[in-house]
Design a protein around this ligand. Sequence first.
Ligand SMILES: CC(C)(COP(=O)(O)OP(=O)(O)OC[C@H]1O[C@@H](n2cnc3c(N)ncnc32)[C@H](O)[C@@H]1OP(=O)(O)O)[C@@H](O)C(=O)NCCC(=O)NCCS
Length: 153
Amino acid sequence: MQLEFVKPTVSYIDTMQAIVTPYVEDGTILYRSNDEIANTIRSYTVAKADGVVVGFAALHIYSTKLAEVRMLVVANAYQKQGIGYKIVAQLLQEAKQLGLQRVLTLTYSETLFRKLGFKVIEKIEIPDHKVWEDCIKCKRFPECKEIALVIDL
Ligand SMILES: CC(C)(COP(=O)(O)OP(=O)(O)OC[C@H]1O[C@@H](n2cnc3c(N)ncnc32)[C@H](O)[C@@H]1OP(=O)(O)O)[C@@H](O)C(=O)NCCC(=O)NCCS
């Protein structure tokens, strides 16, 4: 399998929505509209396997120091082949190139992030703007079982 990473154009959004929809419906991932994704399209990285879009995630910048890996998803048929790990590794490289110091994530996939060097933190340490921008919109708020992890670059 030939895996490559590309920065998507807005023409990818329908395919991205098709991949993420099952996980939005079960509440694992927060719904984002096409316009919201388009507004932030530059934050996304898409993984293609043999030319087919198989997953993506976004590196969302909060401040001069902090960014978040969010909306990580790999299409069901392509999971458990290391693609999720490689997408996050790619975003960490991007964060370093941008001069960021710390990357945060909120996830149910603790092991994947731990393998990349992320460490678990208390949810109280999550920046307020994350909670008030995103968490508040989540079906599972405030009984969220996601784990907060960070990595210092
Ligand atoms: C979470 C998610 C993105 C992981 O993507 P993935 O491509 O399956 O991730 P990886 O393959 O890198 O790692 C997943 C597991 O497969 C294992 N794996 C990796 N390569 C493998 C291979 N060649 N053979 C067998 N297993 C393998 C990994 O060890 C890992 O196991 P672990 O969970 O016990 O650590 C994917 O499951 C997904 O889209 N889930 C739904 C949405 C979601 O939960 N997103 C996360 C919110 S932040």
